[in-house]
Write a protein that binds this ligand. Sequence first.
Ligand code: NAD
Length: 248
Amino acid sequence: MFRLDGKVALVTGGTRGIGRSCSELLAQAGARVVMAYRGNAEAAQEAVAAIEAAGGQAEAVQLDVADGAAVDAVIKDVTKRLGGLDILVNNAGIARDQLLLRVKQDEIDQTFATNVAGAIYCAKAAIRPMMRAKAGRIINLSSVVGETGNPGQVVYSASKAALLGLTKTLAREYASRGITVNAVAPGYIDTDMTSSLSDEIKEGIVSSTPLGRVGRPEEVAAAVLFLASDEAGYVTGQTIRVNGGMYV
Ligand code: NAD
């Protein structure tokens, strides 16, 4: 079940946190994984080495997803060298949390450039090789707050809601080409992104989560693997919520 042998997968922000778990699990399932990292080359090489040590195939490429020209160049190069691109995981994301009255323009610009425009650039570049192959999988990392909203996360939650619109539209546009497009909406997952939250906020999140604990990156990666697999061939335009029951 859920084998990806012979497939090429690109995971943006793939060397850390949820992206890293996705890269590891897709590689474990047999995919050749390209991890796009923004800046930390050393961490990226360590992530490649870890996958290779576990018997998987991986490489790391530097890519700022907010740079549309760079996205085009990297995806063209990957497709040419590896013979196609079967799976795109739009995982790269940032959070600049503020109440509305404190939000600065550059926080809006940066968040939307990475979380929304970045995902659109990657999807646009990936869709060409997928159309040629008449097959493909695009998986967008949204968030529970894109569906529920959350005080203090006005920009981030708006960007994550935008990804759900993107997911549904692309699902409709490319279904006839054999390409599925879905979203995964995690709840509170233990990663660098959430490590700076105060203990009080963390306790509040856990107490409003029916499963009574925070989630692990591997639990999000498992949903991504399913959506990437042949077994998910009749699933498109959907959101899989991995949130411990926080929003049902
Ligand atoms: P993280 O901060 O640990 O990792 C984010 C990754 O994205 C990093 O590798 C970072 O370098 C990369 N990145 C950021 N901007 C980039 C850019 N412009 N170009 C390329 N890469 C870039 O966060 P995480 O918790 O692993 O989050 C992964 C995804 O899951 C994000 O989209 C996030 O919004 C989403 N998410 C996380 C949680 C959570 O609780 N951790 C909950 C819901 C959704």
